[in-house]
Design a binder for this molecule. Structure first.
Ligand SMILES: NC(=O)c1ccc[n+]([C@@H]2O[C@H](COP(=O)([O-])OP(=O)(O)OC[C@H]3O[C@@H](n4cnc5c(N)ncnc54)[C@H](O)[C@@H]3O)[C@@H](O)[C@H]2O)c1
Ligand SMILES: O=c1ccn([C@@H]2O[C@H](COP(=O)(O)OP(=O)(O)O[C@H]3O[C@H](CO)[C@H](O)[C@H](O)[C@H]3O)[C@@H](O)[C@H]2O)c(=O)[nH]1
Length: 317
């Protein structure tokens, strides 16, 4: 297929471009490089350095599908600048849909998020679990997931929303390069690498086995392979939704212990108050993706995820 990947210069998008090219697809990338990097775009994939608002300059009827990763992704920033998040994540998606509709491009794979579900503690979250976004970022993704079934029904689009849980790990030279970094694994690796003196652990009084909050970390290569399968699953007139996660939760302490084991560094840790807005836990049930898409993870082990992230981290320091 000829594919347009928005956000293909970013963390998850670039790993997916590699998987799509390896699967034999022809790929073009639309990315404004606001948080992405030119050197993330593999040779053989054309880069259009443009914002989503200029999608009409790129989308034409030669494309078979669009994979839409481009978005603002920082939860804290979204609380301070909700207008920016609704502009890029909602209006940007609507502009893209307009161009697709005008050019009869009938397949869309959308990067949605597991963070839109209501906090259910350690209970695994399925696709029909209650939705209750707690910040503008999650709300912006949930608005798109609410629009898509109607777009599909009215205009024959075949859309697949993939709700990722906590994307983690690295794939060779493709890894997390967010500035400022806020995500757990790169923060802990910064301490292991000596770039930070200590790790601040936000809260050890949660109702979880070791008191620290629990997340479902999923390797970006496993996210990438799900997109290749989702393309085949897109069906005109239908909006399908799949959770992508390990189906297993890991506490912050488990992550820190795994980093200690992988890096051999003691990782000095200080417990700080809970971070505002954090759920107790977020764990996926990814059964639907396994059954319907035939998705299998190649790297489900936390140590493998961290080892890949560490190799990437070291290659950059
Ligand atoms: N990282 C996670 O844990 C996670 C979890 C759930 C969902 N997601 C979703 O996955 C997608 C990719 O996230 P990521 O972690 O790779 O983030 P990222 O910031 O690395 O990638 C986003 C890409 O989109 C581009 N972009 C941003 N705004 C744009 C615009 N207006 N026009 C064109 N390009 C634009 C950026 O330059 C960047 O390359 C996002 O939609 C995000 O919401 C991520
Ligand atoms: O320095 C840190 C950083 C994080 N944490 C803790 O580690 C856990 C994971 O935090 P992350 O920021 O790595 O991940 P989140 O679950 O908060 O964020 C995930 O869900 C978000 C929406 O809620 C976005 O989708 C985001 O991109 C995705 O990684 C949380 O309990 C957090 O409080 C710390 O203790 N110390």
């Amino acid at each position: 297929m000829k594919l347009l990947v928005t956000g293909g210069a970013g963390y998850i998008g670039s790993a997916t471009v590699v998987a799509l090219v390896a699967a034999g697809h022809e790929v073009e990338v639309l990315d404004d490089l606001s948080t992405g990097f030119v050197d993330n775009v593999p040779e053989g994939a054309v880069l259009h350095e443009l914002p989503l608002s200029a999608a009409a300059q790129v989308v034409d009827s030669t494309f078979d599908a669009v994979l839409h990763f481009a978005a603002k992704i920082s939860v804290g920033e979204s609380v301070r600048k909700p207008d920016l998040y609704f502009d890029v994540n909602v209006r940007g998606t609507m502009t893209l849909l307009d161009s697709m509709r005008a050019n009869d491009v009938k397949r869309l794979i959308f990067s949605s998020t597991g963070s839109m579900y209501a906090d259910a503690g350690l209970e695994p979250l399925a696709e029909d679990s209650p939705i209750d976004p707690q910040n503008p970022y999650a709300a912006s993704k949930s608005i798109v997931d609410t629009m898509l079934p109607w777009e599909c029904q009215a205009h024959g689009l075949g859309a697949v929303s993939l709700r990722y849980f906590n994307a983690a790990g690295a794939s060779g030279h493709l890894g997390e390069r967010h500035t400022p970094e806020t995500h757990l694994i790169p923060m802990v690796l910064d301490v292991a690498a000596g770039k930070r003196a200590e790790f601040l652990l936000f809260g050890d009084d949660y109702p979880t086995p070791d008191g620290t909050s629990v997340r479902d970390y999923i390797h970006i290569e496993d996210l990438a392979s799900a997109h290749v399968l989702a393309l085949e699953a897109a069906e005109p007139g239908k909006h399908k939704v799949y959770n992508l996660g390990n189906g297993r939760g890991f506490s912050i302490r488990e992550v820190v212990d795994a980093v200690r084991e992988v890096t051999g560094h003691p990782v000095p840790t200080r417990v700080a108050p809970r971070r505002e807005g954090d759920p107790v836990a977020s764990v996926a049930s990814a059964e639907k993706a396994r059954t319907e898409l035939g998705w299998r993870q190649a790297k489900p082990e936390l140590r493998d995820i961290i080892a890949d992230a560490w190799a990437f981290h070291r290659s950059r320091t």
